[in-house]
Ligand binder design. Structure first.
Ligand code: GDP
Length: 691
């Protein structure tokens, strides 16, 4: 008999994990009663330990779903909070403390919550039972308590006292049964009194004949009857309470003494049920009966639910099996594969291009700074200065001035920190390629994995950063002293820089177009530019240009105008230099002082080529080797099951897929257990008939 209930409780627990509809549940015993009716005392008498929160300030605020597990082979008594991962708590004071904290975590303003606390107690002294303790009904709403509290408690209790649950309605003997809130509530949902057990507490507080009369009550008949108890331990038992195991003995001794001192009213012939032991047996019996009665309907409901899950799995997911682990492994493989492809496509030529583009920009900056400079940032008349560009084609190869210009430019280029620049450019590019790979992978919808991958990449890149940039800087060191160009290099430089200049020209034109759009047209911009030109030539003088602008133009417009003038001048220069670079003069390396653009471009190419050799060894190859390993470290199989689960469920589609599978598995498991249970039940019935 015991085995049946135990197994059914097990099934009940699995079902609670399937969640969802209320039909998928096996009955439990729901304990209701008004505050101070002695509800906690009854529960503690059944368990044999003081473990429920105590105090006057609404200490039970959440349902406590209490599972009692009888462990006949073991002496140990302990509790577990499965939701909190708290296992084997042997100290019942500690259980009480945890329960108090969990209840008090519900703020005063809400006072009750319908989020249940799950507690399982294992002991050789408890029967297999599944009980739910609910907040006690209150008569008056206290200070600091929400006005609708009474209502909230009633609603919470109503939710639990629905069929097929058994109601344990607690009433105190010293209160008229007609006034018992518990009985009134139970009558609303169980008008014929078919699944309510009446418990009358504090039998010691009324005289025996009156007590017996209450238990024989015919006014509120209950099919499962009333049981009278005295569940208060004798006051001297504070000693026993500490010695927890004896609470049960103490109570029952006290209770027995009371009932046996009134044999006429409570004796075996009196026809009333009294005592906690009687109550315990009744609970076991009723729960088993009820569970067994709902076995069929529950298993039908499960069968139906299972069919639905199976159908969903077939239709939506094509019966495709999936586990968090396999999903992660497949995603990781696919990602590593895409990385491998990237690694094959990204090598020395690509790095060279990147680096060269970066250095081209630096060369342009240098040229602008040393050769192309013109005063453009003020509105004052142009100061006369040697027009270096106009002079450039005539630059005397012996002239110290042009030597110094080119030497200084070259030195600035070689010393600009190529090591760091090159490493940064390549590292950033790798990182952004990884970001792109992530965005294109299944990991895109997984913040956890995305972060892990990004960190994997940046940790390797950061690790290599300093040594790589030092290495690169070291190998370009010779160029800081001496640059030896070959004809071929010169020619390549000439060709390349022409393209760079052309692109720069296009960029200038583009920027000018933007300015035109910004000021409202070509004409408008031209007007401002003309004005600025006149000022620069000294044709017009303006008195201290203020915030409001000058010459009828706003300050903002003038600023745009200045930018346009700068762009125009820059374009003029570039055009001129483009002609020079293409001219016969720049064909030969001997004319390098005429053609600093070509020379600097050739130097930049040398720097880039040398840097790339070392970037390849120190950074890229290291990265390609280590990155997949680092991924395995962070996302590989040694993630815990929970981590994998959490990861997979980040994607709502996968989450749903996994949940369908899990539900299906749980339902199958439950159904299986139920079938064997019914066989067991059948055998028991047969053997009872035989006996
Ligand atoms: P709850 O608020 O319904 O949980 O009630 P408690 O179990 O905390 O009991 C309320 C008060 O009634 C406490 O002071 C108990 O000691 C007392 N009490 C509980 N059961 C009995 C009993 O059978 N006899 C007597 N005399 N007092 C009891």
């Amino acid at each position: 008999m015991m085995i049946l209930t135990k197994k059914m409780i097990e099934i009940r627990n699995i079902l609670s994990k399937v969640g969802q509809s209320s039909t998928l549940t096996l009955p439990s015993i729901v304990v209701i009663g008004s505050q101070s009716s002695g509800k906690s005392s009854v529960l503690e008498a059944i368990v044999g330990h003081e473990f429920l929160p105590k105090g006057s300030n609404m200490v039970t605020r959440r349902p406590i779903e209490l599972t009692l597990v009888n462990t006949p082979e073991s002496k140990a008594e302990y509790g577990e909070f499965p939701d909190l991962g708290l296992r084997k708590i042997t100290d019942f004071t500690s259980i009480q403390r945890t329960l108090t904290e969990l209840n008090m975590a519900v703020p005063d303003t809400e006072c009750v919550s319908d989020d249940p606390i799950h507690l399982t107690i294992y002991s050789p002294h408890v029967p297999d039972l599944s009980l739910i303790d609910l907040p006690g009904y209150i008569q008056v709403v206290g200070q600091n308590q929400p006005l609708e509290l009474k209502q909230k408690i009633t609603e919470l209790c109503d939710k639990y006292i629905q069929p097929p649950n058994v109601i344990l309605a607690i009433s105190a003997a010293d209160v008229d049964l007609a006034n018992s809130t518990a009985l009134r509530a139970s009558r609303r949902v169980d008008p014929r009194g078919e699944r309510t057990i009446g418990v009358v507490t504090k039998m010691d507080l009324v005289d025996a004949p009156r007590g017996a009369a209450i238990l024989n009550d015919k006014q509120y008949p209950l099919r499962l009857g009333y049981v009278g108890v005295v569940s208060k331990a004798p006051t001297t038992s504070s000693l026993f309470k500490k010695d927890t195991g004896n609470l049960m003995a103490a109570i029952s001794k006290n209770e027995n003494a009371f009932f046996s001192s009134h044999p006429v009213e409570f004796g075996t012939d009196a026809g009333v049920a009294v005592g906690t032991t009687t109550l315990r047996k009744k609970l076991m019996h009723v729960l088993e009966q009820t569970m067994s009665a709902s076995l069929q309907s529950t298993s039908d409901a499960i069968q139906q639910e299972l069919e639905e899950a199976t159908y969903e799995f077939k239709v939506q997911y094509n019966d495709r099996p999936l586990s968090a682990e396999s999903y992660l492994a497949e995603s990781l493989d696919a990602f590593k594969h895409s990385f491998k492809q990237f690694a094959e496509e990204f090598g020395r030529p690509q790095m060279l291009q990147l680096l060269k583009n970066e250095l081209d920009q630096r060369v342009l900056d240098l040229l602008a700074q040393r050769y192309w400079n013109k005063p453009i940032n003020d509105l004052s008349p142009a100061t006369p200065e040697p027009d270096s560009l106009a002079d450039l084609p005539k630059a005397d190869p012996e002239s110290l001035y042009w030597h110094r210009q080119l030497d200084a430019s070259t030195s600035q280029l070689t010393k600009l920190g190529v090591g760091r620049l090159a490493t940064t450019v390549v590292a950033n590019t790798i990182q952004s390629h990884i970001d792109r790979l992530i965005a294109q992978s299944t990991f895109a919808s997984h913040p956890f994995a995305r972060q892990a991958i990004t960190e994997a990449a940046s940790s390797i890149l950061n690790d290599r950063y300093y040594s790589t940039s030092d290495q690169v800087e070291n190998c370009i060191k010779p160029f800081k002293f001496d640059i030896d160009l070959e004809e071929r290099e010169w020619n390549a430089g000439r060709e390349n820089v022409a393209n760079v200049l052309k692109n720069e020209l296009a960029a200038c034109q583009n920027a000018t177009k933007h300015l035109e759009d910004a000021v409202g047209g070509k004409r408008k911009l031209k007007e401002v530019v003309t004005f600025i030109d006149r000022v620069r030539k000294g044709d017009t003088v303006i008195e201290g240009e203020g915030r409001s602008g000058a010459g009828g133009f706003s300050a903002a417009l003038l600023q745009k105008g200045r930018e346009a003038v700068f762009l125009r001048d820059r374009a003029d220069i570039i055009n001129m230099r483009l002609l020079a670079v293409r001219s016969r003069q720049c064909k030969s390396m001997t004319n390098k002082y005429y053609c600093p653009e070509v020379f600097l471009d050739a130097v930049a190419s040398k720097l880039a080529a040398t840097s790339v050799l070392f970037l390849n060894v120190e950074l890229l190859s290291e990265f390609v080797y280590n990155f997949p390993r680092e991924l395995d470290q962070r996302l590989g199989r040694h993630l815990s099951d929970e981590q994998m689960e959490r990861f997979a469920k980040e994607d709502p589609k996968i989450r749903k897929h996994l949940e369908v599978i899990r539900r299906k598995e749980l339902l199958e498991l439950v159904l299986d257990k139920m079938q064997s249970l019914r066989q067991l039940e059948g055998r028991e019935k047969a053997s009872q008939r035989g006996a």
